[in-house]
Design a protein around this ligand. Structure first.
Ligand SMILES: CSC[C@@H](O)[C@@H](O)C(=O)COP(=O)(O)O
Ligand SMILES: [Zn+2]
Length: 203
């Protein structure tokens, strides 16, 4: 089970590295492997994300702490925020990358990045017209418990009329996107990055 998750995350990390979004050791990816209690497979810390193998994944609990004390590998330093996002949103896949356009957008619009009148908004469940979608921005912090609190302040869950916004920017750092499964998280990440790239380029 952990090996399959590791193989899937290694593939995703290679893909995002190819886009320049996981340069060096930057970024981390996770998949929920159990809900009760919450357990996630998260990429191991400090590795070159373009060269991960199926073994480069660690099991963590709802606090992002290693769940298997016999495993010598360290989980991602940002595991706690992955676990929090998975718990709060119900997502089964959470992806974090250091895409340049996300960092520029967060720097430029620290109160949130407004998007509208773009066909690609349909790719995150929103309307191509007559709706303004805001990608929230939080300030960066090294403590994931602090980041989790900041996430709760800005997260836009689904209402009866409007779906959730499945992404967030961390200022001076990168972005997160999530989805019900690996493929949806990837789609959300790639589409939001496209939307941010367009917005930065045309501002
Ligand atoms: C240049 S990597 C910076 C790290 O502190 C962090 O932001 C990151 O994305 C990767 O951390 P990791 O612990 O390898 O998952
Ligand atoms: Zn990071």
């Amino acid at each position: 089970m952990l090996h399959a998750a590791g193989a899937a995350l290694a593939d995703e990390a290679r893909r995002f590295s190819g886009f320049g979004w996981m340069r060096g050791t930057s970024g981390n990816l996770s998949l929920v492997v159990d809900r009760d209690p919450l357990l996630l497979a998260v990429t191991a810390s400090g590795l070159d994300k373009s060269e991960l193998t199926p073994a480069d994944v660690v099991l963590v609990d709802a606090h992002g702490a290693a769940a298997d004390s016999s495993d010598p590998r360290r989980p991602s330093a940002e595991s706690g925020l992955h676990a929090h996002i998975a718990a709060r949103t119900g997502a089964n896949a959470v992806y974090h990358v250091h895409a340049m356009d996300a960092v520029i957008a967060g720097h430029r619009w620290p109160g949130g990045v407004e998007l509208r009148d773009l066909e690609m908004l349909k790719g995150i469940g929103h309307l191509a017209h007559d709706e303004t979608v805001v990608i929230p921005v939080i300030q960066n912090h090294q403590e994931m418990a602090v980041e989790a609190g900041r996430f709760d302040e800005v997260y836009l869950p689904a209402t009866a009329e409007v779906p959730e916004v499945p992404a967030m920017i961390v200022a001076g750092h990168g972005m997160y996107a999530w989805g019900t499964d690996r493929l949806q998280a990837r789609h959300h990440l790639e589409i939001v990055e496209w939307l941010l790239r367009f917005t930065v380029a045309t501002a």
